[in-house]
Design a protein around this ligand. Sequence first.
Ligand code: SAH
Length: 374
Amino acid sequence: MTPPTPPQPLLGMKPEEIAAVFAELGQPAFRAKQLVEWVFAKRAASFDEMTNLPKATREALATRFVTRSMSIAKVTGSADTTRKFLLKLHDGRYVETVLIPANPALYGGKSDRRTLCVSSQVGCAYDCKFCASGLAGFTRNLTAGEIVEQIVLVEAHAGERVDNLVFMGMGEPLANYSNLTKAIEILNADWGVGIGARHMTVSTSGLAPQIKKLAEFPLQIRLAISLHGATDEVREQIMPVNRKYNLDELFEALDCWNAKRKQFLTFEFILIADLNDGIPQAHALAKRARAANAKVNLIPYNTVEGLPWVRPSEERQDAFLAVLTRAGVTATLRREKGHDISAACGQLRLKQETELGIIESPIPEKRITIGAGG
Ligand code: SAH
């Protein structure tokens, strides 16, 4: 037996889909427009608020759709720092969303921009060795509505609009391609959330075929690559996905991307002591960055409990940066915000789901606590 379909979040629907529902209900088209306004422009959190729609219509809608499908389970951090939101989904699973108040160095953002780091999946299948998100494996894709709802919930909670979106939360966005691109269309649309495409960055572990596909996507979004290794030999130890799509395949896909796009690519490169922080890696990275015309974000590794690696000294970090800069590569060293609140993605959710017994802690000796190593 197939389980009943859960009520659909209206935040994941485009006007044409809403119009089709109203046609089916035998309702005039202007009513569909009214609903779109309630959902997006007025951000109605309940059907009761939609006072210009007939009561019977609202009741009919409420049997099939929901205005909200998730709730804020926990907020850490404060208004002038990085705030992390743990969100509870309709099926009892959790994802994280991180609000970063001012972020001068990131993605062409200005210093007064509020950036939201959004999740695209519950868990992750790619098993990057530095990351807490994949520690307990992959559970499911988020729907387009669940992706959009993260922004809507955080904006309502914070009482302010978000200017920049980065798909760098839990999950691999390009492994959830159709829901991701639908969410981006809704987030970008004037009738939707109204965030400029150039202020949205999709970050990927390097799924080469999907990068080529995304190059054809009409909205001018930005792309960041989680590189973390500048040679196959080093990258393979950090990111198993490199065995599926090695650096040559990845860079061929990036050529396709660059052929279609004017914006600079970004390479994310986490510096991990004695693994990828040596001077030869810095030279290899400089060469790769020049070949792909990419800017580089260096991120000192955040300790994840249960994982063996450590952050290099600041001198090592600075020496690595200096190689890139001298080679003419635009590079920043991002001394992480939110280090104290588990801002490395996936850690809060892992702790929550472990404590609730939804998943077993993947850390054998430490079955419960995931440190606040951020
Ligand atoms: N799957 C996508 C989106 C996840 S974002 C991708 O791989 O790009 C992944 C990013 O989160 C990394 O590039 C890094 O910037 C950050 N990150 C995750 N774990 C981290 C850690 N332990 N320390 C520092 N940054 C981390």
